[in-house]
Design a protein around this ligand. Structure first.
Ligand SMILES: N[C@@H](CC(=O)c1ccccc1NC=O)C(=O)O
Length: 269
């Protein structure tokens, strides 16, 4: 059988990646220190990690971007990548960054419910269209919001203008064969119910699956399968394989207002 741990191992295939979490946190902290309007730790539930940060644009807000961080549902929080808000912020969008309870304290299905609550809270604070983005495990979480079993209320769901799943995981069943599942604790039933690609879409919100061309082949397959399957249900889908980028560099463009990934996030292209 294939080595499924290796198929989903990112750091092991990216030189220097052991130093990256420290660098990400430092960059994000420096970015927060320079923000004019940063609203930290807004509660969207009673749990300790059920908090979101809001980053406001300089002028009027055009709408709400929600960015959900990754880390295989078991690492990191909203403070790791605050600086990814900057591209959308410069275009006038308000950006919400939620934390969520990590596995094994929460099941993945619990986290999906938390993200719906986080989006509802942010949507109550910021008017206009909503654009969802997530990285890796966060890509899973945002695509789950568009599934037929989405917990979003119609008033919130109907404001969603699109979702950008960056290196997202859309069929969780192969992860059952990895050591990570000792922490994730998924059964086949949960892995199936938590796979966006195995659901029907609730509506026709556009979905972009964006992945680095130098990522593990499994991540490219996970983006490909999502775009492929939902195309069959009349969802406007795009698959973008961004050349030369790996699992960690693929999100860097979100900091840059002139990057193609920022244009995709806010629907300018
Ligand atoms: N230790 C993990 C790290 C990882 O995959 C990761 C790290 C940061 C953000 C997203 C990640 N992947 C999926 O959620 C790995 O390299 O396999």
């Amino acid at each position: 059988m294939r080595d499924w741990d290796d198929a989903y191992a990112n750091s092991a295939h990216i030189p220097g990646s052991d130093k990256m979490p420290g660098q990400w946190a430092e960059r994000a902290a420096a970015y927060r220190a320079g923000l004019k309007d940063f609203r930290a730790d807004i509660a969207y539930g009673a749990g300790e990690r059920q908090r979101l940060d809001l980053i406001l644009p300089d002028g009027d807000s055009k709408g709400l971007v929600v960015f959900v961080h990754g880390g295989y549902w078991m690492r990191f929080d909203k403070s790791t990548w605050t600086d990814l808000a900057e591209g959308a912020r410069q275009h006038g969008w308000t950006v919400a960054l939620p934390s969520y309870t990590l596995t094994p304290a929460a099941r993945i299905s619990d986290i999906t419910a938390e993200i719906a609550a986080a989006i509802a809270k942010a949507a109550s604070l910021v008017s206009g269209p909503i654009r969802l983005a997530g990285h890796s495990a966060g890509g899973h979480l945002v695509t789950r919001m568009l599934c037929d079993d989405s917990r979003l209320e119609p008033a919130v769901y109907n404001r969603i203008a699109g979702a950008l799943s960056i290196s997202g995981l859309h069929d969780l069943r192969p992860l059952l064969k990895t050591k990570m599942n000792e922490t994730l604790g998924m059964t086949m039933e949960e892995a199936t119910l938590e796979s966006a690609a195995l659901h029907l879409p609730r509506g026709h919100s556009p979905v972009t699956a964006w992945v680095g061309g130098s990522e593990r082949p499994e991540f490219i397959r996970q983006s490909d399968l999502m775009a492929n399957l939902w195309t069959g249900f009349d969802v406007p889908t795009r698959l973008v394989v961004d050349p030369g980028l790996n699992h960690f560099t693929v999100i860097d463009g979100l900091k840059d207002p002139s990057s193609p990934i920022t244009a995709r996030l806010i629907g300018l292209d």
